[in-house]
Design a protein around this ligand. Structure first.
Ligand SMILES: C[S@@+](CC[C@H](N)C(=O)[O-])C[C@H]1O[C@@H](n2cnc3c(N)ncnc32)[C@H](O)[C@@H]1O
Length: 293
């Protein structure tokens, strides 16, 4: 039942016109497309923001996030409207491929004094990046001596903060095989599970909107961008595949989500390297000759 202090905002979904405005701001800022008919989802997620700010209706909220001074609230809005679902070792076949095909050569290079860089782009709260780190640590007991780093980025500042703390609910850590859980987590007093410092040291978390400039200087050997571009429009997806191509070293690997595909139409040099996995040709005269399957 309504209380006298409740505003009408709490009782109704945004109108179609307001939803359109909100969708446009989200798309312009984050490249994310809200499907039509998602008014109640927007209401349930943004209603909290309206209440926190004491705003009477969506009209005033839209005015705020459209204004120059509304940059902070735009970040909050994106954070509220993004889908952050993730889990440890999600799409486990990618971690098998990492272990068997991608990492052994890269570890050889690192042991010879080279650097290896891995990027989890759209990392949510870090479970994907920590799964990569555990896979690496299982292959390399000498990891601490090697120049290997994992960058984890997401547009959502709350997810980045979560990842930095490396603290997860016991039920989330249950997705990690027990032998790995024992090695790479410690149990906190409330029953939560924290990633051990040796693994946390491998990771750097940064807030980054994939549609803006990427400040990273060096190239990556592996990029995971899974279950992220599915929320973008087709043109934004194509732009991103090209940018990932430029951000990868020769022979670099790109892992995408189960319902995402990089078109192999010649727009990029990616070739298929397994299920939802792509690779750039190695540099040198033999480029294009190698088979990755
Ligand atoms: C469904 S989660 C996927 C997490 C992880 N990659 C996985 O597959 O488990 C999608 C993530 O993409 C992030 N995201 C959405 N739009 C983004 C953008 N424009 N730039 C960077 N990250 C974005 C969201 O904040 C969310 O955490």
């Amino acid at each position: 039942m309504s209380t006298p202090t409740q505003t009408s905002t709490e009782q109704r979904a945004p109108s179609e016109a307001e939803l359109h405005e909100i969708a446009k701001i989200l798309h312009d800022h984050a490249g994310i497309v809200i499907a039509p008919g998602k008014g109640s989802m927007v209401q349930s997620r943004l209603g909290k923001r309206l209440r926190a700010l004491g705003l009477p209706n969506y009209e005033s909220y839209i005015a705020l996030v459209s204004s120059e001074s509304g940059a902070d609230e735009r970040r909050q809005m994106v954070s509220a409207l993004t889908t952050n679902v993730t889990h440890f070792f999600r799409e486990n076949h990618h971690f098998d491929l990492l272990r068997k095909a991608a990492l052994p050569t890269l570890l050889e290079r690192a042991r010879a004094g080279g650097r290896v860089r891995i990027w989890s782009a759209g990392s949510s709260n870090g479970q994907e990046a920590y799964s990569i780190a555990m896979t690496l640590a299982e292959l390399a007991t000498d990891l601490a001596r090697l120049d290997i780093r994992i960058l984890a980025t997401d547009i959502d500042p709350k997810m980045i903060e979560h990842g930095m703390h490396g603290l997860y609910e016991a039920a989330q850590a249950d997705a990690v095989p027990e032998t790995l859980r024992r090695k790479y987590f410690t149990e906190e007093p409330g029953g939560q599970m924290r990633i051990v410092p040796a693994l946390r040291k491998l990771l750097v978390f940064k807030e980054l909107n994939l549609h803006e400039t990427w400040p990273m200087k060096g190239r990556f050997d592996i990029i995971f961008c899974r279950n992220v571009v599915i929320y973008f429009d087709p043109e934004a997806q194509l732009r991103l595949w090209s940018r990932f191509e430029s951000a990868l070293s020769p022979g670099g690997w790109l892992f995408v989500g189960h319902s995402e595909r990089v078109p192999l139409s010649g727009r990029t040099r990616f070739v298929s390297a397994g299920i939802t996995t792509y690779r750039l040709p190695e540099a040198g005269p033999k480029a294009g000759d190698q088979k990755w399957h």
